[in-house]
Ligand binder design. Structure first.
Ligand code: ATP
Ligand code: MG
Length: 256
């Protein structure tokens, strides 16, 4: 089983949009997908509500793996998706010690592997807090969507430092890179920022950006992937999102 965290301290940059589309795409690839929503905003939980398991994300911080093992003991065979949803108690995790929270979370991720999931996708809040750090300590991979705007780019160094610090302790953590999101190719500022980022971080820019496309927002509001939106404008968005999912799937080296 492989675990991916979607992380970026800046808000509204496409973390949840990327995560939800990866989840739908991986399900269609025949994987057994668990989604954990660590953001109290609960956006991923809203879009993926039909996959709700009744298990709450805050429970992953304060119980040993046995509760998870019994909750997901009798999963059916074949491809599936289960959502471990956001709940208000998650806010209390920020007061916990990192060692304590990260230890419990890691045990529960191991338990999800025992239950037969192939992949765990973790959505996080726009903050460098305890729950994000705990997720990074337990994960195999991390992906950071970015917007091509000054405020988003301003936060990149901090995010990269956080990831580098976690990698000293979690040496298996692989940074898949930054995905430019909500890109407007006709906006000269976006084009300039994309060029600047490409020059500054050639190894870290993922060659599969996502355009600014209202069909993506429509999809998230309707609880479906963008390829289920019946508008001509959704076609381009579908190609971009599928290309990102194919890239991430390959880099994660998921075994079924
Ligand atoms: N490619 C896109 N084109 C147009 N709108 C988008 C796109 N991706 C996301 N959005 C919209 O932008 C908003 C922010 O996106 P999203 O929720 O994915 O970001 P986020 O990084 O998860 O935000 P937060 O930090 O608040 O969790 C949402 O309203 C979403 O519908
Ligand atoms: Mg979000």
């Amino acid at each position: 089983m492989k675990t991916l965290v979607v992380a970026q301290q800046k808000g509204g940059v496409g973390k949840t949009s990327s995560l939800v589309h990866l989840a739908f795409d991986f399900l269609e690839r025949g994987l057994r997908v668990a989604v954990i929503d660590l953001d109290t905003q609960g956006n991923a939980s809203f879009t993926l509500q039909e996959f709700g398991s009744g298990y709450l994300a805050s429970q992953l911080f304060d119980q040993d793996g046995n509760a998870v093992r019994s909750a997901f003991a009798e999963l059916p065979e074949g491809p599936l998706m289960r959502l471990i949803e956001s709940d208000p108690v998650l806010a209390n995790m920020e007061k916990r010690s990192l060692t304590d929270a990260a230890g419990a979370f890691k045990e529960n991720i191991k338990a999800l592997a025992d239950c037969g999931f192939d992949v765990v996708l973790i959505d996080t809040a726009p903050a460098l807090g305890v729950s994000l750090a705990a997720a990074l300590y337990a994960a195999d991979c991390v992906l950071s969507p970015i917007e091509l705007e000054a405020y988003s780019i301003q936060g990149i160094k901090k995010m990269l430092t956080t990831i580098a610090n976690v990698r000293k302790l979690n040496t298996k953590l692989k940074f898949l890179g930054m995905v430019p999101s909500k890109v407007d190719a006709r906006n000269p500022r976006h084009v300039r920022h994309q060029d600047e980022l490409q020059a500054a971080y050639p190894q870290l820019m993922i060659p599969a950006g996502i355009g600014l496309r209202s069909s993506i927002a429509d999809a998230l509001a309707s609880g479906v992937p963008v390829w289920k939106i019946k508008k001509t404008a959704a076609r381009k968005a579908t190609q971009e999102v599928r290309a990102l999912a194919a890239y991430v799937f390959e880099k994660m080296e998921i075994e079924q």
